[in-house]
Design a protein around this ligand. Structure first.
Ligand code: SER
Length: 609
């Protein structure tokens, strides 16, 4: 079964057999969530609905969500780690719970995918001070014929999911494993044995973790499930790794062609996987509906790291020509049918890849020059080896010149300054020391920024979210209808809004925008939402680019009465009830955030009433 067939089968099973509505997967760039840079799971864009907001498509949902996890970027290249992956998921928003969820999972695995029960094992939550042992799930598995030896109880670190950020919905989960070993599956499951591969996770969201670390019961219990598309495709085709499936055949084939080998040795295999993984992720990031480009902050920085890491590995296996654009072309071709945004944005992707590759080549060239100069300076102390260099030099090569430490090491090895492992260790230790010092400083800033908590629906963020709508509309009035939301991010202190506009805003334009918004605040406009079809929303003049994310009906928020409302926008909420609750509105900063893109940061004042 191919990955395409698996996607289709999953959606069909839940829509046709079990009454779910299919929803479109969301962007990779989370909206209004300051705690994470990327969408990391299918549940992530659904947080407001898991917390009780009614979803326009109902209580049983199913989708395919593109996800990015860069936590273990250094592990990429082994058999299982991927930075980009697709997650198949079905949800119950206060509808079915453990029994039906587990039964459907079991039915899909055995009847639809044809996996044998004899190859399956499951784990359940063992219980602790926060929540009891999940006997209920285990009992359901027993009733389906799962033998005792194949049901394990594990602690929170294994069988608990969420919250995705600091606060939010979470609960015990039950995970399903498939035996991939050559020998017959052992009677007793062993969580340490890597031949048991996790294929699916049913999370039972019963709790909301609060800012002070308490687990309070959710009024609405939910089910959130996640099945990794790449892994399951590998399992179904008897492959040891996602990299051996058809999802990677063409891109890895091209890498081999460019590098000039057909059978990789171990080092080449590792490198080709890193390259394929990173450029697949980078293509999806740049081709996203809220596409991003390489930069030195936030998502743009992660993207830059991925591309540059791919280039470094390409050099290692002897690829000297520009290749990033070519590999991105393969990703667009293979995924463009399902992810139309890749095709829509392909020119941007290709230009972005080529540009970053060119920049990095310059950085490397430049860095080599700096390194040579530095070597000349200490050349008469070569007997001291790497200790002849200033201690912070290895970090400065990266911090000031963008030259990766791995390449500094390689060059110093080639030039005879690094003679053995202990020299190498010395460089890494010094590098890490200064790197950590630097991180401590920037963390102080970042902590403030991340203080909000996942999809933190505190009063502050709710007010800022409402202010974002007013800003969107006011910008359109002052600058024109080409203004549309391209990115939004809210912390407790400020909102951030990105939109296309060719010029820097003048002081007059900024003052006008503030004036319009403050007027709406003074008018104390009531806010309400109505559910309607996308077409109706459009005909009533609603703005908002998010229709692709929802099913047939959407929530439309009105600020002011009826069709004369000041702002009519498609949105998942939440919002305050009246614009007067914002107190006042102030622009803190207006700046460029890419070619033809502007970014506004703004604040709302305390409500004096
Ligand atoms: N959120 C859970 C996970 O990421 C299930 O979807 O595994």
């Amino acid at each position: 079964m191919t990955a395409n067939e698996l996607r289709e089968k999953y959606i069909k099973f839940f829509t046709e057999k079990h009454g779910h509505k299919e929803i479109k997967g969301a962007s990779l760039i989370p909206e209004n969530d300051p705690t994470v840079l990327f969408t990391t799971a299918g549940m992530h864009p659904l947080v407001p609905f898991l917390l009780g907001e009614p979803h326009p498509s109902g209580k049983r949902l199913v989708d395919v969500q593109k996800c990015i996890r860069t936590g273990d970027i250094e592990e990429v290249g082994d058999a299982t780690h991927l930075t980009f992956f697709e997650m198949l998921g079905n949800w119950s928003l206060g509808d079915y719970f453990k029994e039906q969820a587990i039964k459907m999972s079991f039915e899909f695995l055995t009847s639809e995918l044809g996996l044998s029960t004899s190859m399956l094992a499951v784990t359940c939550f063992a219980g602790d001070d926060d929540a009891p042992r999940d006997e209920e799930s285990a009992e359901i598995w027993r009733s389906l014929g799962m033998p005792e030896g194949r049901i394990s109880f594990l602690p929170k670190k294994d069988n608990w999911w969420g919250p995705a950020g600091i606060t939010g919905p979470c609960g015990p989960d039950t995970e399903m494993f498939y035996w991939t070993g050559e020998e017959p599956a052992p009677a007793v499951f062993d969580s340490e044995d890597k031949r048991w591969v996790e294929i699916w996770n049913d999370v039972f969201m019963q709790y909301n973790k609060t800012e002070d670390g308490r687990f309070e019961p959710l009024t609405q219990t939910n089910v959130d499930t996640g099945m990794g598309l790449e892994r399951v495709t590998a399992v179904l085709n008897g492959k040891k790794s996602a990299y051996e499936t058809e999802l990677f055949t063409e891109i890895i084939g091209e890498v081999r062609l460019l590098a000039g080998y057909s059978e990789p040795n171990e080092e080449q295999q590792h490198a080709e996987r890193v390259i394929a993984d990173h450029l697949r992720s980078a293509t999806f990031m740049m081709g996203d509906q809220f596409g991003i480009f390489p930069s030195n902050t936030d998502q743009g920085y992660v993207l830059r790291r991925l591309i540059r890491r791919a280039i470094r590995y390409a050099r290692k296996i002897g690829i000297e020509v520009d290749f990033a654009r070519k590999l991105a072309g393969i990703v667009v071709k293979n995924y463009g049918d399902y992810y139309g945004e890749l095709r829509d944005n392909q020119e941007k992707i290709f230009e972005g890849m080529a540009l970053e590759e060119e920049k990095f080549n310059k950085t490397l060239h430049n860095g080599l020059g700096i390194l040579e100069k530095e070597i000349l300076k200490v050349n008469d102390r070569k007997n001291e080896g790497v200790k002849a260099f200033e201690e912070n030099f290895f970090f400065e090569m990266l911090a000031t010149y963008g030259f990766p430490v791995e390449m500094t090491i390689e060059e110093l090895e080639n030039e005879g300054w690094i003679r053995d492992e202990s020299d190498k260790k010395y460089v890494m230790d010094k590098f890490n020391h200064y790197f950590e010092e630097h991180q401590k400083l920037s963390r102080a800033g970042a902590e403030k920024k991340f203080a909000g908590g996942l999809a933190d629906h505190s009063e502050e963020t709710t007010r800022l979210h409402t202010a974002t709508h007013l800003l969107h509309q006011a910008l359109r009035q002052v600058l024109g209808d080409h203004v549309e939301q391209r990115g939004s991010n809210i912390t407790k202190e400020r909102l951030r809004f990105d939109f296309p506009h060719p010029d820097k805003m003048t002081d007059e334009e900024k003052a006008k925008v503030e004036e319009i918004i403050n007027e709406q605040i003074k008018k104390a406009l009531p806010i309400h939402f109505e559910e309607m079809s996308v077409d109706e929303a459009k005909s009533r003049g609603a703005i908002g680019l998010f229709e692709s994310k929802y099913g047939d009906t959407v929530n439309v928020y009105f600020m002011g009465e009826g069709d004369d409302a000041f702002s009519i926008e498609i949105c998942g909420g939440p919002h305050v009830n009246n614009t007067s609750e914002l107190g006042s509105f102030k622009i803190l900063k207006e700046e460029s955030c890419g070619a033809g893109m502007r970014r506004i940061k703004a604040q709302v004042g305390a409500n004096e009433a």
